[in-house]
Design a protein around this ligand. Sequence first.
Ligand SMILES: Cc1cc2nc3c(=O)[nH]c(=O)nc-3n(C[C@H](O)[C@H](O)[C@H](O)COP(=O)(O)OP(=O)(O)OC[C@H]3O[C@@H](n4cnc5c(N)ncnc54)[C@H](O)[C@@H]3O)c2cc1C
Length: 545
Amino acid sequence: MGQGVALKRRHFLAASTLPLLGCDKAPAIDGGFVGVQHERGHLLRASASPWPAPLKTQRTRVLIAGGGVAGLAAARALRLRGIHDFTLLELEDAAGGNSRGGQVHGMPCPLGAHYLPVPGNDAHEVQDLLEELGLRQRVAGRWVYDERHLCHSPQERLFIDGQWQEGLLPLQGVDAATLADYRRFARLVREASNAASFTIPVSKAALAPAHQALDAMTFEAWLDRQQLTSAPLRWYLDYCCRDDYGAGLATVSAWAGLHYFASRHGFSAPGAEPSSEREHAVEGGILTWPEGNGWLTQRLAQPLGERLQTGRVVMRVAAGKHGVELDAINTRSQTLERWQADHCILALPLFVAARVLDNPPPALREAAAALRYAPWLVANLHLKSALHDRPGAAPSWDNVIYSAGVASTGLGYVDAMHQSLQAVPGATVLTHYRAFGIDAAQRKDLYQQPWTHWRDKVLAELAVPHPDLPGKVTRIDVMRYGHAMSTPVPGIRSSAALRALQGAQPAPWQRLQFAHSDVSGYSVFEEAFTHGHAAASAFGSKPTR
Ligand SMILES: Cc1cc2nc3c(=O)[nH]c(=O)nc-3n(C[C@H](O)[C@H](O)[C@H](O)COP(=O)(O)OP(=O)(O)OC[C@H]3O[C@@H](n4cnc5c(N)ncnc54)[C@H](O)[C@@H]3O)c2cc1C
């Protein structure tokens, strides 16, 4: 049983040739897979428990299962309520989930999420957190964000036709028909957000009939219907969907495709002024850190002390009228531990919650069956010196490569040193992202291919704008997420089952709360945080259904 729980980073010294790159001499690049092996999560698949029964039972008032953003937000909200008798159990060796930070050769970098857009007023719980962390304060009656943590300019650039352009919407060499499509799409986004509000978090607005209709079709079908056919627009929208939802426009719903723009910054056609207050307010407002959103999760985890127990795989949760019983594997001692509590917040992906819960509520079964998860890969590349640059826009925080007409899983890279104030560029870490969509074969490939496969793929892709990159990389750490995030496929936004998992639960599940970004059907910081906060604030309230 024990060999399934490997705790160590696996490193390789790679010296195989890179034929794709046409290198005369293969670079010696150190690296490997990082993070715990996925087998730890797969312990849940065992049909019979090989673990001896626990010798003792521990007690706490509230158990939190899962220490991602949602679980950490729940812990913070309990503290704010004056409830200090709680325990948070997390499978990995550190809290943070998809929002963890790491290091390569001593340089901080994200292992997953890397930015938080300045939250709007619908996400007031997140605004409160940012105020508590000193990131936002009121100056002369206006909210002002700490400049050190707002993404410095230049923010984004796109490599297209052999050069860099500012911004990610393709402009280089596009024709009049494409520009007309950009303008028409901008108008449609505006009309959609005027018809019914797109909020983040989504739970802050009731589902409008107009949104139900948008949720019934794919974004691609909606674009076809609108006759928005230009390839650069389609490429851009596909990129945006992959970037936020892990899957492209043929997979996500039209609601999700429009929500991406309408809930935040709108869509500005080239040359057009931002047309709404919202577009003005949030333009350029992105918070980011060298270690990505790990900056936030470390600060959420820090006050927990021993109440945060990492290396604990929650295996079974049984909820009854009088309390909750939970079994978890302690991956260090290789023993099964038993807990009893008055309440339990399940801040786990819903497919995991459905698996560990004895007698799961019908809504959970239904939601878990409906959700589709996208795998992701995050590669952190340590560079010993700065890259030569191609003509055009200057090196930016986010650097994306256009792939004419072909949907690519690669989403470019962010530069972890972007926020540093160093005058002369030097050694850095580039974080490259790949989102694979929802085809199960892609997940299999992600786990079956060796590290060298991903090394070569990443190098080949990034060598297109940076031919000198392979010779400057000293190390590549690859993080794999098999079920990184649920993707808002058609039907998810309208799911009654997901709605039923919010707030107080009916008997016999009244001692449980569900808190994970999955409950929103898609994954961003604000959704996860708000569910965690709400779950911890809800004890004692009666189910509304
Ligand atoms: C590569 C990547 C990049 C992203 N980039 C961004 C970004 O830039 N900005 C943004 O806002 N969002 C981003 N996201 C979305 C991100 O998922 C959310 O921001 C947020 O981190 C989700 O938090 P969560 O708590 O809902 O889920 P999770 O992060 O999934 O947390 C669930 C936790 O439960 C734990 N767990 C699972 N099973 C068990 C078990 N059996 N026992 C105990 N613990 C268990 C997991 O280890 C994990 O820590 C990104 C996601 C990925 C994968």
